[in-house]
Design a protein around this ligand. Structure first.
Ligand code: CS2
Length: 499
């Protein structure tokens, strides 16, 4: 099959093969600036927005995508070469591939190349929303104290070079300074990251930075910028070379970076937009007054579930999430973790069928076509586990409830951090704290508790005798018997007790 490069000029030819935007993209204005145009944003917010743009009443809600980091050059170049277009490939549960060319990203900027263009864009009065997917670590706070981390060299750089910033905090500060100077209205900063109270955290961190960088701007931001919380969900693995080749072979689309994802998607948003918002509810998003319960449920069941499967699976030598959840012992462990340790501390989730939600997670993790990489899931665990798993531990300790399974996962993570699976293959550990994790993991071989002294992750958890006891026992057992044998043992211990 003849293939066409994906770009505006070829859209009409491609339209015979897959669905393409049926709206005039030249007419769309960027009312949203989005920072972090990785796979997740393109499978989620950009997808919802593309659907919305099919109604011309919404043409002011296109997206200007910002590639913030040096590392993002590749995605920026790709979008530039393809006029912002990309193919979204949904991998259905039965293996069918649903392909759509998405057109909502109508402008794109590479911040390291042109910081002032990014600041100007964010300050542009047509822009009503600045949304973010900057990852858990991007919020730059100490997991234990919740305080803004001024020691980060990038933050120091931004304080010393306000006109050529590198972090989101430097950019937002300059943009809001311009808006204030020009007498313009404020806008909404909309976090779309997996962080509990993501809007509150974005606000708190930004204001901490602004207090140090431009103290006189604080009250303007407080009065003119809103920070809605949100819960975002769609499993989006990294695109593989096979995905790219397959798209070209089967649909004749030469797309340098399509996005692959699961069919499920969910977006629950607090309705708190300073300068208006698109009617995302018309394309499936839910606007509610309190997102906290939804966030808590998703982070402590889905994201934590991922980490449980990822860490246990990695140690056992699995490389994808469906392999890990396909292992009966690990699957049972995950279900017990959800039922016995997470559910009791979730509180009231009005209107949510929790049983059904947990079942659906097992199905979603099991989608064999997704092939979600365990490497992706385990990356940056030092920022993820304090959000996904440790809040459950603290809540259970407070209630004198069970922490056994969570402690087991942390013990497995300590062993994982040594960098080898149980078959002797090396594990790639991608984590900003990888050096310190490794150093503590080595020390833990003599005294397991040593791993818990990574203060930025565990705070003072090492002072909990209950946790240390469970964790240390699990640590020794895993080294002695292997992860799956221990899991089988623990499962039957718990099942015997509950029968
Ligand atoms: C994953 C998430 O980061 C992770 O480890 O759990 O990327 C997850 O796939 C998404 O949050 C799904 O919505």
């Amino acid at each position: 099959m003849e293939s066409y490069k994906l770009n505006s000029g070829n859209l009409s030819k491609i339209a015979d093969r897959v669905a393409v935007p049926a709206y005039d993209r030249t007419d769309v204005r960027a009312g949203i600036v989005h920072v972090g145009i990785g796979g997740f944003h393109r499978a989620h917010q950009a997808y919802y927005t593309d659907q919305l743009l099919h109604d011309s009443a919404n043409k002011d809600w296109g997206i200007c995508g910002i590639a913030l980091l040096d590392y993002d050059q590749k995605i920026y170049n790709t979008l530039k070469n393809q006029d912002g277009l990309y193919t979204l490939i949904v991998k259905e549960l039965d293996g069918t591939l649903t392909k759509n060319v998405i057109g909502s990203i109508v402008e794109y900027l590479f911040a390291p190349e042109n910081p002032s263009a990014v600041i100007e864009k964010m300050a542009n009065e047509e822009v009503k929303i600045i949304s973010l997917t900057i990852t858990e670590g991007g919020y730059n706070y100490n997991e234990t104290t919740g305080a803004f981390n001024f020691e980060n060299p990038l933050i120091q750089h931004d304080l010393n070079n306000p006109n050529a910033p590198k972090t989101i905090f430097g950019y937002l500060t300059q943009a809001f300074k311009l808006r204030k100077e020009r007498g313009l209205l404020g806008c909404t900063v909309q976090s779309c990251d997996n962080v509990q109270g993501n809007g509150h955290v974005a606000e708190k961190m930004l204001l901490s930075y602004v207090k140090a960088a431009e103290p006189e701007l604080v009250s303007w931001i407080e009065a003119n910028v809103s920070f809605p919380n949100s819960m975002v969900d769609r499993i989006t693995p990294a695109t593989s070379p096979t995905d790219i080749a397959h798209l070209k072979e089967t649909s004749g689309i030469d797309d340098a970076w399509p996005v692959v994802c699961e069919p499920f998607n969910q977006w629950v948003i607090e309705d708190n937009f300073m300068a208006g918002r698109p009617a995302w509810e018309n394309v499936g998003a839910q606007f509610v007054s309190d997102v906290v319960p939804y966030e808590k449920m998703k982070l402590s069941l889905l994201n934590a579930g991922h980490s449980v499967l990822g860490i246990l699976g990695a140690l056992n030598g699995y490389s994808t999430i469906d392999e890990a959840v396909g292992d009966k012992a690990i699957r049972t462990f995950l279900k017990l973790y959800m039922d016995c340790e997470v559910t009791p501390v979730l509180g009231d989730l009005e209107g949510v069928d929790l049983k059904r939600y947990k079942q659906s997670l097992i199905e979603r993790f099991g989608n064999v076509y997704i092939k979600d990489q365990i490497d992706r899931i385990c990356s940056e665990s030092s920022a993820k586990l304090p959000i996904f798993i440790l809040p459950t531990v603290y809540a259970q300790l407070k209630e004198k409830g069970s922490i056994k399974l969570a402690a087991f996962v942390i013990a497995a993570w300590a062993i994982y951090s040594l960098g080898l699976d149980e078959k002797g293959n090396s594990l790639v550990i991608k984590d900003v704290l990888s050096d310190v994790l490794r150093e503590k993991a080595i020390k833990a071989k003599n005294e397991p508790k040593q791993f818990l002294t990574v203060e930025a992750v565990f705070g003072n958890l090492q002072n909990s005798a209950t946790f240390v006891e469970g964790y240390s026992k699990s640590y020794r057992d895993i080294l002695k018997y292997g992860v799956v044998k221990c899991v089988v043992e623990l499962n039957s211990e718990i099942l015997d007790k509950t029968v």
